[in-house]
Ligand binder design. Structure first.
Ligand code: NAG
Ligand code: ZN
Length: 182
């Protein structure tokens, strides 16, 4: 699979929520097709999140925050009033591509997301902050969601962003990375 066009992201997210909700774990293996090495090379070439992060192609989303390491912008299909994505400038397919050497990056992305939410008068402790796990990812470039308020969310999105085997809260991701090899 490769980076999907944005136009089908929303549909795919609902689809993912549906699948997850039904607990059709068996579908996981169907999605896990293809050769990872090959896939990675083609994705890096045509990854629109890489283009966003490096302002390569227009019209990019407005970058709300930009650091040397990551950018934050509004999700094109917000699941609630506030819905932002933090993505690293360096391309990683997903959390699975990271190891303990990336702990600092994820911690800084989380801190950046929390600080940014505060500027929007959102208490980061009340927000949903985390990552989808493969194969439940719509874009194969690591992206951290920051969503508030959860009460705005549809049932489908509540399921999609529920802490589970398809969605990992950033604090849990950080905890996992601490235990991973370098
Ligand atoms: C961890 O990630 C770094 C940076 O991407 C990489 O150089 C290193 O080989 C990785 N280590 C393992 C065990 O995969
Ligand atoms: Zn990318």
């Amino acid at each position: 699979m490769q980076c999907l066009p944005e136009s089908i992201m929303k549909r795919r997210r609902l689809y993912i929520a549906g699948l997850a909700g039904l607990g059709l774990i068996i579908l996981v293996s169907i999605y896990k097709c293809g050769n990872d090495g090959e896939r990675q090379a083609s994705e890096i070439r045509k990854c629109f999140f890489c283009d966003f992060a490096h302002r390569r192609q227009g019209p990019p989303p407005i970058l709300e925050v930009e650091t040397d390491e990551y950018v934050i912008f509004k999700d094109k299909y917000p699941a609630a009033q506030h819905h932002y994505l933090a993505i690293p400038k360096e391309h990683f397919d997903s959390l699975r591509s990271l190891n303990r050497s990336h702990l600092g990056l994820v911690q800084r992305m989380q801190a950046g997301m929390m600080e940014f939410l505060k500027t929007k008068k959102v208490d980061p402790k009340e927000a949903i902050i985390g990552f989808h796990l493969p194969p439940f990812i719509s874009v194969h470039h690591l992206h951290m969601h920051g969503i508030f308020p959860p009460s705005d969310m549809s049932i489908g999105n509540k399921i999609s962003f529920m802490s589970s085997f398809w969605f990992k809260k950033s604090e849990d991701a950080i905890h996992d990375l601490e235990d991973r090899e370098l």
